[in-house]
Design a protein around this ligand. Structure first.
Ligand code: CP
Length: 348
């Protein structure tokens, strides 16, 4: 249960009691995440934020989570703006930045880089996405969202039917989330991907070993029918070889309004780690489903702040101070953040 001082590199480090503990703390921190309360449990602490791949959500939500806890952030983004272009090793970089900060969040395009960081400093290193490997904190906020949406719908994770859709081969969020969902019982996973982008075999084998049913298909209509959770992902063209890009040209893997209307359950939830590719012809969640109350993508992105705050509190050993530290915030905030939020929350 105690993860103070630990590196967070994989979702396989979590079990259900630890997740329950993390999510209880995240619930306590929701008013801080929403700007209704303040805390300063990390006053004086510094986060080192090292992003060697593009990011909007992960980088900004980690930064915001740390600052809402009273800490401050020191960054570098893009290899071209770091001294790695001068030939510095990842190990030297990690040791140096570890001397400046109290915890590191690292995103790198190579799967192994996160382990070089973790072995080179004794301050906690958190994996913000390692190539096509894992994205453990995305999976933590994804599962938090699933639990909260299912609670609203009076459903349970045990026994649910989940469609994982899109680029399951390179989709690191899928890899981390399958591991967390597999902690529950008797799920049916429908793995829906274009040919060549199937989930690596070891994830299928591990989930089956835990007693879950696994179905692999590339038929969207058939695969989405009857699912409680649809977790869509972007096709990661940037990770593909030229032959993979050519093979995926002309493939139609777009989830749009007509499919939702014809095959999806009325009480399904639709998630996506984002970014979704909204360019014409992209194989991703279509913008024509925006406003559908089943679409939980922005509630999901919002959950990134309380979940990452809770993780920082646990990793830095201040979780016991949170409750007594809360103070009301005094600045103005809108009641709802997005244009579709008011109708969703009033409908509940
Ligand atoms: N979900 C996610 O990792 O988004 P970013 O790439 O914007 O960080």
């Amino acid at each position: 249960m105690n993860i103070t001082g630990q590196h967070i590199l994989s979702s396989s480090q979590f079990d259900l009691p630890l997740l329950d503990h993390l999510y209880r703390l995240a619930d306590t921190l929701v008013p801080v995440a929403r700007g209704q309360m303040t805390t300063a449990v990390l006053r004086g602490a510094v986060l080192g934020s090292i992003f060697f791949e593009p990011s909007t959500r992960t980088r900004l939500s980690f930064d915001t989570a740390f600052m809402r806890l009273g800490g401050s952030v020191s960054h570098t983004t893009g290899v071209e703006f770091s001294s790695i272009v001068k030939g510095e090793s990842l190990e030297d970089t990690a040791r140096v930045v570890g001397g400046y900060t109290d915890v590191l969040v690292v995103r790198h395009f190579e799967e192994e880089a996160i382990y070089s960081f973790a072995s080179s400093t004794n301050i906690p290193v958190i994996n913000g996405g390692n190539g096509a490997g894992e994205h453990p904190t995305q999976a933590l906020l994804d599962l938090y969202t699933v639990r909260s949406e299912f609670k609203r719908l009076n459903k349970h994770v045990d026994g649910c039917r989940v469609a994982m859709v899109g680029d399951l081969r390179y989709g690191r969020t899928i890899h981390s989330l399958v591991r967390l969902l597999s902690l529950y019982r008797n799920l049916t996973f429908v793995m829906l991907s274009p040919k060549g982008l199937e989930i690596p075999r070891d994830f299928i084998d591990a989930a089956r070993e835990r007693g879950h049913e696994l179905i692999e298909t590339n038929d969207l209509n058939q695969g989405l029918a009857g699912c409680d959770l649809i977790y869509a992902t972007r096709i990661q063209i940037e990770r593909m070889s030229e032959s993979e890009k050519a093979a995926n040209k002309g493939v139609n893997f777009r989830i749009e309004k007509s499919i939702l209307a014809s095959v999806c359950r009325d009480d399904a939830i639709i998630m996506h780690p984002l970014p979704r590719d909204s360019r014409p012809g992209a194989n991703d969640l279509s913008n024509d489903i925006d406003g559908d109350p089943r679409l939980a993508i922005f509630r999901q992105a919002d959950a990134g702040i309380p979940v990452r705050m809770a993780l920082f509190c646990m990793v830095l050993g201040v979780e016991d101070q949170v409750k007594d530290s809360l103070q009301p915030a005094t600045w103005w905030r809108p009641e709802y953040i997005g244009p579709n939020d008011a109708s969703f929350y009033r409908m509940r």
